[in-house]
Design a protein around this ligand. Structure first.
Ligand code: GLP
Length: 221
């Protein structure tokens, strides 16, 4: 896809690129296209770093239902990313607050995120920044809405088995990325895309805060 080529170009221009990555169904074709470019020698991840947006609380990285395991299947195990440059929130860390602080420090140490790719929750969430009366700036522990747990049911079998809490980059972590690409596909997201782009900036639609970013792109079908 065109976005995979754009990512490959960014990697060619800045080999030490710091990428922020999402999970969900939406980015699967992008990851497939990136693996394809890598197989053809047209994408090189050897010096790049990655930071994923979020992880379920209480789910260790080795659990096949974790976002970490999802990313290994989709991308990490099939391209030449250095394992030491792959960064992830550990959902099973004994101290969630310390884990979130560690993640913020790691992002800062990497020089910040150059290119952050985002999916869009049907309820307007980005990462696991759920709609509400307030948003949190930094990486934090958060409670998932019933709708989000239903949307993630495929990983766990049933919605009731989806953890009700997660760790997620915060709104400030997201908005500090130098370039943001939000991906949204399917008619089911159309109304949310409209609210994000044309509606008021409100914590009821966390993605609406992307209107404040100077280099945010929305890629839709
Ligand atoms: C999850 C993730 C988000 C993702 C969203 C959309 O809740 N935490 O980062 O963007 O779902 O998922 P999908 O692409 O499957 O619609």
């Amino acid at each position: 896809t065109a976005l995979a080529r754009s990512v490959a170009q960014a990697l060619a221009a800045t080999p030490r690129l710091v990428l922020g990555l999402p999970t969900g169904r939406t980015p699967v074709p992008l990851y497939r296209a990136l693996v394809d470019l890598y197989d053809r020698g047209q994408a090189d991840f050897s010096q790049a770093s990655t930071f994923n947006l979020d992880e379920f609380l209480g789910v260790p990285p080795t659990d096949p239902r974790s976002y970490r395991a999802f990313m290994e299947r989709q991308l990490f195990d099939v391209v030449n990313l250095r394992p030491s440059r792959i960064h992830f929130l550990n959902g099973a860390a004994p101290d969630a607050v310390a884990e979130c602080a560690r993640y913020e420090r790691a992002i800062a140490r990497a020089g910040g995120i150059d290119l952050l790719i985002l999916g869009l929750g049907a309820n307007g969430h980005i990462g696991f920044n759920e709609p509400g009366t307030a948003l949190v700036a930094g990486t934090h522990r958060t409670r998932l809405t019933p709708a989000t747990r239903r949307a993630n049911a495929s990983l766990f079998g049933r919605a009731v088995d989806v953890p009700d809490e997660a760790l997620s980059m915060g709104m400030s972590t997201i908005l500090h990325a130098r370039r943001i690409v939000l991906l949204a596909t399917g008619a089911a997201k159309a109304k949310t895309v409209r609210q994000m782009v044309c509606g008021p900036i409100t914590p009821r639609v966390p993605a609406s805060f992307l209107q404040l970013h100077r280099c945010a792109e929305v890629w839709v079908d």
